[in-house]
Design a protein around this ligand. Structure first.
Ligand code: URA
Length: 182
C-alpha cells in the first residue's frame, strides 16, 4: 500500500468516522485485472472489515464466479464510500466526495483493465452517469486506460428477483467479454 492508502483505516475526512465500527478498505490482489466497486459497507462489512461479505455479497460472488469465471480471490473489490452510513442509508454527496480520492488512489495502484460498478451510487461516482442504472447498465465506458460498465447492485437483485438477476448475469457476460478483449 502506498503511504496515503496506509492512512485510510484511520480516515476522519467525513462524519461517518463517528458512527462506523471500522473502515472497509477493500480486498483482493494489489494488482488485479478486474476491480468491482459497490456503494458502501453494510452491517456485516462494518463488523467484518471486508466488502460484500453479507447476503448481497454472497450472491454477487456466486454470479461473478458463474458468469465471469473468477473467484473472489481473483479480483479487487471495494466501495465508493469506505464507511457504513447509519442504518445503511444512501451515502450523501459530501461523503462520496470526501471519500473519492481514496478510490482514485486505489484505481491508480491496482491498475485494473476492467471496472465493474454496482448500482446507482457507484455508476454515478465511477462513470459520471446522470441517468439511473435502469438506463445505464451494460454500457461500456472508457475510464482512463481501463474499460468498464455498471450493473444493478446485488441487493437490488435480492429485492427484484429473477428478472433483475438475469440482467445482472447478462451484464456480467459483457464483463467477461471485456476481460477477454481488453
Ligand atoms: N453493499 C455494498 O455496496 N457494499 C458492500 O460492501 C456491502 C453491501
Amino acid at each position: 500500500m502506498d503511504r496515503d492508502l496506509a492512512e485510510l483505516p484511520r480516515c476522519t475526512r467525513c462524519d461517518l468516522a463517528q458512527t462506523r465500527e471500522r473502515v472497509v478498505v477493500g480486498s483482493g490482489p494489489p494488482r488485479a485485472a478486474l476491480m468491482v466497486i459497490g456503494e458502501a459497507p453494510g452491517r456485516s462489512e462494518d463488523e467484518g472489515g471486508e466488502p460484500f461479505i453479507g447476503r448481497s455479497g454472497q450472491l454477487l460472488v456466486r454470479l461473478i464466479e458463474e458468469e465471469v469465471g473468477l473467484s473472489r480471490a481473483d479480483y479487487f473489490i471495494t466501495n465508493v464510500v469506505k464507511c457504513r452510513p447509519p442504518a445503511n442509508r444512501t451515502p450523501r454527496r459530501e461523503e462520496i466526495e470526501s471519500c473519492h480520492p481514496w478510490l482514485v488512489e486505489q484505481l491508480a495502484l491496482v491498475q485494473p483493465r476492467v471496472v465493474l460498478a454496482l448500482g446507482n451510487t457507484a455508476a454515478r461516482a465511477v462513470f459520471g452517469f446522470a441517468d439511473g442504472i435502469g438506463r445505464t447498465h451494460g454500457r461500456v465506458q472508457q475510464l482512463g486506460s481501463a474499460r468498464g460498465l455498471a450493473t444493478y447492485h446485488p441487493a437490488a437483485a435480492l429485492r427484484g428477483g429473477p428478472r433483475v438477476v438475469d440482467v445482472l448475469r447478462e451484464d456480467l457476460r459483457r464483463v467477461r467479454d471485456l476481460m477477454e478483449r481488453t
